[in-house]
Design a protein around this ligand. Sequence first.
Ligand SMILES: Nc1ncnc2c1ncn2[C@@H]1O[C@H](COP(=O)(O)OS(=O)(=O)O)[C@@H](OP(=O)(O)O)[C@H]1O
Ligand SMILES: Nc1ncnc2c1ncn2[C@@H]1O[C@H](COP(=O)(O)OP(=O)(O)O)[C@@H](O)[C@H]1O
Length: 434
Amino acid sequence: MITAGNRPSIRCPLPEIDLGGGSTPTKLGFFKIPASNCCYKSARSSFSATVKAMEGSKVSCVDGKADFVRELDKADSNADDKGLVEDSKGKSMRQMSTIGNSSNIVWHKCSVKKIDRQELLQQKGCVIWITGLSGSGLCSIACCYLNCSLLGPKCCLGYATFDDASTFCCCTFVLKITTDCHYLKNPIEGKGEQIECTDSLDNSSSISDVPELHVLVQKVNSAAACVEQIGDIVGMDDIELLGVGFKVKRWCFIVMSRILQMRSNRTLYESQTLSKCQKLSHCRGKLTYILDGDNVRHGLNRDLSFKAVDRAENIRRIGEVAKLFADAGVICIASLISPYRKDRDACRALLSKGEFIEVFMDMPLRVCEARDPKGLYKLARAGKIEGFTGIDDPYEPPLNSEIVLQQKGGVCASPCDMAETVISYLEENGYLIS
Ligand SMILES: Nc1ncnc2c1ncn2[C@@H]1O[C@H](COP(=O)(O)OS(=O)(=O)O)[C@@H](OP(=O)(O)O)[C@H]1O
Ligand SMILES: Nc1ncnc2c1ncn2[C@@H]1O[C@H](COP(=O)(O)OP(=O)(O)O)[C@@H](O)[C@H]1O
């Protein structure tokens, strides 16, 4: 038994550590590691005595170091050139700034850079800013995009990948499966079919445990039989052969594919399907986060009204948060009315060139008003809500947005098809590193 004050001397072999003094300790205890061996020192030296306080500073200083600077001494942070100025002796000093109501603040950067995060995530952070009238589909397209971008191995175990499909297989069908419904889509005709769901998908790890999937396969087969070009009928064996056993968490696309290495003359259908699958494969597994105007107003921006000045603040805050997400490497979707051009442009100015992708939901007011999912247009028309965008408050459409989504011939594309337009843009502009 070990009691206080009666600590046995413990001997254990330690790995060779060069302590600079030439000795290797054999006894467990405290030993001094020369400061020059510690990266801590470089962080310390970069902050201590290099901060120049500004007049009127309320920061207390001891030994030439402000309290918060000593706090920063603890942080693992490397100095960079940002904010460094030289004093009269040519020594580097970190410039303090006053921004808004904050005085004596400095900019700290970390040695782990944005590019490191991008490499880790295999994607480039950016902000997709979706603007338009209430009811134009801001939320719907953002959610569709999110579903598409999350697809991939993180969502299902064991599956036929789109990459496989594009390299050596020919896709016959794309099944889109969620925890609450199965959705079978025939990519040729774009027709879909809802299939009843049970919980068994969630609890099963093997495809043969899922009776609904057998039903699904039969439906695939009967649909396949109607399309001549498809040829062979998809069966359970094909699925098992390709390892399509799964545990579905959110959304999941599964390609039921047949290996068609020998087939040279691909039909139009096959190439169309392939290109669609390739597109999806590029965006799956990408980390995306939505900042929705309504949702953010439930928390961070709960103090803001719909007066112009508060809308501007709403947009400014969301722009700043979106910028942080993009810096973290996340594809951040900000979906909010953001009616004023100058407020949106100010957010654009926060980001590097190309990182702010403005998407204009160019839906006519009459369409949005006819949808009126919350009944707010009706209330606004009746004068029960004041300052409602599009009714008695302005909306300034973007002049040069990267993407404009609008009806064609009076027909509105589905939110998913619209999301695909955004995905294509990201793909073409190198935001989805495959
Ligand atoms: N006066 C007024 N004008 C416009 N919109 C109103 C108003 N009052 C409430 N709402 C509902 O709030 C949602 C818009 O919030 P946002 O944060 O996107 O607006 S803004 O960007 O600050 O203009 C928006 O919800 P969604 O339609 O779901 O986007 C509106 O229905
Ligand atoms: N592309 C679309 N085609 C048809 N209806 C749509 C489309 N996008 C959205 N909707 C419908 O319009 C309504 C408003 O959509 P929503 O995404 O909530 O708009 P917002 O966030 O702009 O208020 C919803 O009932 C939604 O189902």
